[in-house]
Design a protein around this ligand. Sequence first.
Ligand code: BGC
Length: 272
Amino acid sequence: MRHAVDLTGRVAIVTGANSGIGRGVALELARAGAKVVVNHRPNEDSERRGNEVVQSITDAGGEALAVAADISQEADVEQLFLTASAHFQSIDILVNNAGIEQPAAIQDMTLAQWQKVIDTNLTGQFLCARQAARAFLARAPTPPSDTAVGKIIFISSVHEVIPWAFQANYAASKGGVSLLMQSLAQELAPMKIRVNSVAPGAIRTPINAPAWNTPESLASLLKLIPYGRIGEPEDVARAVAWLASDDSDYVTGTTLFVDGGMTLYPEFRGAG
Ligand code: BGC
């Protein structure tokens, strides 16, 4: 695939970049020329995988840094941004990706399951967006430029609009992300900070492996996807790279669905 967007010299923080969509985004931004901060959770396995992503980027001639931080923790987020700006001098792009699922029937869902998902998927995205806004706003005005001084990209989900039984915590977090993103976009546009979301559908990553890792589950998943295939992290990553680039300079407050048509109510084809 051709790489049209140019992020040469830009610095991007990608949260949850050790696996899945975050990993794909980190690799894609690096391919486009960005220096990438590969955030991962502070545990051994995530650290190993974060370091592997950094290695792939540096092997290909790029620049990257792995930084451990639990993005649901205020102090960790502050430290993540301090480390990133100490290493790379500035921050131009935040990709607010880290997210988790804790499925349960509502009658069995514990407060801990509810809280954990909201803390990571919504509060964590707030904490990182706030820190990015602070960094962008503190930057000394650069010579007159017609393009944005900073970009925030939320990784949301089709479940910011599609209700999701047994994942009420997750759907609520993503519904929250939708208005968080739009409110920040409205608030920060006059300061030339662009804020958008990418809302993936079913993407082949570890988070949803049971939905695609047997022929039966894949067949039932494909009934929900008019385009007839599962998504790959690169499908999402290319959309993120475009939103992170100046090619999308007039785009703010938008959710770009990357879902093979999952939000088109495919069960209504020939029905209803
Ligand atoms: C979830 C996946 C799910 C997809 C489509 C995503 O937000 O993380 O588990 O397959 O939505 O339902």
